[in-house]
Design a protein around this ligand. Structure first.
Ligand code: GAR
Length: 194
């Protein structure tokens, strides 16, 4: 039975595109929905260009009316993948998809996580702290930012002459290499819901 992956993303969407492409030739799972809380987010165009249904939603559709949850259920999502998504996921969605929502964070949690820690701000903090390594963390999503159980981590060095851009590029490479594979392994573990 084909499993369905839904992606929530707020920004550029290079991870979303990478995941869509990875599963486009997979006969067990595919990305069938991309949702963004920003109407102008490039991720919506990227997904649409690859033939994936992609929609904008606003704060009230996420937190008040339950429309986003209904959409995920109607599309028979088996796994919800956050890829650069900046809003806290409401409890109703987490309860409905317990163990089926994952996030990627561009550093080695539990350090450098929490509200407001995303993208370049994370890399800036890692550099300011003088760390000699950084990496990625893939974890379950719970009711607080960046604190769910860790599924996978990978590390990379921080080099003496790194700036935010060069460190971000190195971390992105780790994301592109590992996120689809971790998702693929999870698809094997979790049952189909439809
Ligand atoms: C990624 O590096 C992801 O790890 C990060 O946002 C970037 C999105 O890039 N997520 C967070 O910082 C979450 N706190 P993309 O839109 O090109 O995939």
């Amino acid at each position: 039975m084909m499993r369905n992956i839904a992606i929530l993303a707020s920004g550029t969407g290079t991870n979303a595109e990478n995941i869509i492409r990875y599963f486009s030739n997979d006969n067990r799972a595919k990305v069938n929905l991309v949702l963004s809380n920003r109407s102008q987010a490039m991720v919506l165009e990227r997904a649409a260009a690859l033939g994936v249904d992609a929609f904008f939603f606003d704060r009230s559709q996420f937190y008040d009316t339950g429309e986003v949850l209904m959409m995920l259920q109607r599309r028979e999502s088996d796994l919800i993948v956050l890829a650069g998504f900046l809003w806290l996921v409401p409890a109703a969605v987490i309860e409905a998809f317990r163990g089926r929502i994952i996030n990627i964070h561009p550093a080695l949690l539990p350090r450098f996580g929490g509200k407001g820690m995303y993208g370049d701000r994370v890399h800036r903090a890692v550099l300011d702290a003088g760390c000699s390594e950084s990496g990625i963390t893939i974890h379950y999503v719970n009711e607080q930012y960046d604190s769910g159980d860790i599924i996978f981590q990978a590390r990379c060095p921080v080099l003496p002459d790194d700036d935010v851009q060069s460190l971000a590029a190195r971390v992105h490479e780790l994301e592109y290499r590992h996120y689809p594979e971790v998702i693929s392994r999870m698809m094997d573990q979790i049952g189909s819901r439809h």
